[in-house]
Design a protein around this ligand. Structure first.
Ligand code: MG
Length: 263
């Protein structure tokens, strides 16, 4: 028979083991702030996983329309600063040299880009946020997540197509790694008053592989990690930035159209 002290010690170690186990099983975090108006924490691993939708076949690319500003046509990285990333087979590939951003600045705009996550052959490869992580940052600060979430789960507000740390995509429309995938994004910039107050938040409509994953979703602020998004005043235009998260993601066929919105 165990003494009460030994029993208490046993229970304590079992609780610790359980806590460690639960922590390891978690896809995300529970110790982060609550997202306003929701029951979910930032990067909450218990948030429901969006259902999987299989997009149509890969391979059809969107030819830039006549008024598009072509940011990358497969031949040159001249329109970008930072990195530089590797030019390979008509794509720009993340190579550990840091983020890149457009030299030109954009406000309200439509953006098309295509990306491809790396494959790992028979190797298991990294999981969660380590698998094909990059991101598209409007104004260098509002991120639409790029990640390989084909049969790879992570916290829903950090998966492919998420407004990172804010809103999961409505569905998981990922293709397998190694296939080209597309984003078509309409981004409305936030408006600030002359005194720096937020007049209207940023808004994003996002198609992943032709499937709508956000429709007019208002953004809570600049993207953060394990923290609530918040706004900091900035000008009417800013660069489009692509993230170097250490994974060799390839990008191609990138073009943008500035939008003339009514207000
Ligand atoms: Mg990212």
């Amino acid at each position: 028979m165990l003494s009460s002290k030994a029993l208490a010690a046993l229970l304590a170690s079992a609780t610790t083991l359980l806590a460690v186990h639960v922590q390891e099983d978690m896809l995300g975090y529970q110790d982060t702030p609550l997202l306003p108006g929701t029951q979910w924490h930032v990067h909450d691993g218990l948030r429901p996983q969006p259902r999987v939708v299989t997009p149509g076949p890969a391979g059809v690319t969107a030819t830039p329309p006549s008024d598009a500003i072509v940011l990358f046509d497969g031949t040159s990285t001249d329109r970008w600063t930072g990195g530089p990333w590797k030019l390979e087979d008509g794509a720009m590939v993340v190579n550990g040299k840091g983020a890149i951003k457009t030299k030109q600045e954009f406000g309200d705009c439509q953006l098309h880009l295509e990306w491809k996550a790396p494959t790992y052959g028979d190797a298991k490869g990294p999981g969660g946020q380590g698998r094909g992580n990059s991101g598209v940052f409007f104004f260098g600060r509002y991120e639409i997540q790029v990640l390989d979430c084909f049969e790879n789960q992570t916290y829903p507000d950090g998966m492919t197509g998420a407004l990172y740390g804010q809103e999961p995509p409505m569905v998981n429309a990922c293709r397998p790694a190694g296939e080209w995938q597309s984003y078509d994004i309409c981004f409305k910039a936030p408006r600030f008053s002359d005194s720096g107050d937020l007049q209207s938040p940023a808004m994003a409509t996002v198609f992943l592989n032709g499937i709508c994953v956000h429709h007019g979703r208002l953004m809570d602020g600049a993207t953060g990690h394990r923290a609530l998004a918040k706004y900091g005043v900035h000008g009417a235009a800013g660069p489009i930035q692509l993230q170097d998260h250490g994974n060799p993601i390839a990008f191609r066929n990138i073009w943008a159209r500035p939008l003339q919105l009514a207000k």
